[in-house]
Write a protein that binds this ligand. Structure first.
Ligand code: FES
Length: 139
C-alpha cells in the first residue's frame, strides 16, 4: 500500500499497513468514565496531545482507553498501546518501550518514532496517576 498524506502536512509518508489500519479503525478510542488512572502527555514541538485511561483490578490492568489529538502515528501508537497494556500488571506495563510499540505496528518511519514515545510516556503518566491515587486512598 502506498503511504497516505500526513494530516499534519509533512507530505507523503510510508506507513506499514498495520499503522494505517489502526489509524482508520482505532481500538479503545474514547474517554473512560471513572478511570483508576489517567495521564495526559503532549509534544510541544508538534502540539499533539494524548490521554490514556486505565482500570485496574488486583494490580492488573483490565481496561484501557485513549483520546489523541495528533498525527497518524500518534493515533495508531496510542490505540495499539491500549491493547498491549490490557492483562498486564502495572509493573509490566511500565516496561513497555516505544520501540516495542512501534514494532507491534510493523515499524514506523524514523522521523515518526517520537510519536511512539508519546504512547510510552502516556502509559507511564497514567500509571503514576494510578499509584498516586492508590497511596492517597490508603492515607
Ligand atoms: Fe506529533 Fe506525531 S507528529 S506525535
Amino acid at each position: 500500500m502506498r503511504g497516505i498524506p500526513e494530516i499534519t502536512g509533512e507530505g507523503n509518508m510510508e506507513y506499514s499497513e498495520k499503522v494505517i489500519e489502526y489509524f482508520r479503525n482505532p481500538r479503545n478510542m474514547g474517554k473512560m468514565e471513572d478511570p483508576d488512572g489517567v495521564g495526559k502527555v503532549g509534544n510541544p514541538v508538534c502540539g499533539d496531545v494524548m490521554w490514556i485511561y486505565i482500570k485496574v483490578e488486583d494490580g492488573k490492568i483490565v481496561d484501557c482507553k485513549f483520546v489523541t489529538f495528533g498525527c497518524v502515528a500518534a493515533i495508531a501508537t496510542s490505540s495499539v498501546v491500549t491493547e498491549m497494556v490490557k492483562g498486564k500488571t502495572v509493573e509490566e506495563a511500565l516496561q513497555i518501550s516505544n520501540k516495542a510499540v512501534a514494532e507491534t505496528l510493523g515499524g514506523l518511519p524514523p522521523i515518526k518514532m517520537h510519536c511512539s514515545l508519546l504512547a510510552e510516556q502516556g502509559v507511564k503518566a497514567t500509571i503514576e496517576d494510578y499509584l498516586k491515587k492508590k497511596s492517597e486512598k490508603k492515607g
